[in-house]
Design a protein around this ligand. Sequence first.
Ligand code: ADP
Length: 187
Amino acid sequence: MTGNSRAIGSGKITIIQGDITRLHADIIVNAANSSLMGGGGVDGAIHRAGGPAILEECRTIVRRQGGCQTGEAVITTAGQLAARFVIHTVGPVWQGGHREEARLLRCCYENSLKLAEAHEAASIAFPNISTGVYGYPKQEAASIAWQSAVDDLLRGSEKGPKEIIFVCFDRDNADIYEKLMSEQLPS
Ligand code: ADP
């Protein structure tokens, strides 16, 4: 899969259209649900491709802390995937925009980036969290994802990821992210 990259701050942002389970990055992020027990969409795809080791570690986390709240993130092995780790984060369900959805979605990106930094990951790949079954409007969700990445790379922490990849599965999201990139970071 080839992507479109732009340098910013201490690193770069890349946009790729395709299947996140096939990506070679240190970390891939899963749009999980709070049970951490797998589900449909990207969550199902990651567990199918990664094998049972991921679910096994999710079970251990559930025993320890009872799942994962909206906006929070946890990290596990990546099983058979080409990544080193999977970060599972729980996006907000869209309920019209007045239930702190924007703040919670931003938390998903920020908490995932913090975990990536703690694990000294050079690259991290995000799906378009909450924009599937959870119904978050794609344009608004993309603006939050984009700004979180820009802020992180401009902060330029020494151990933080140098490449933030947005993996867009559907054509709508790919178009939205391509437009954001050409407007915000013209080549
Ligand atoms: P949520 O419940 O957070 O909305 P979904 O999995 O339903 O999670 O959708 C989140 C995003 O993941 C959607 O934009 C969907 O198109 C995308 N998606 C689904 N399968 C994959 C995949 N294999 N790789 C990358 N993105 C995917």
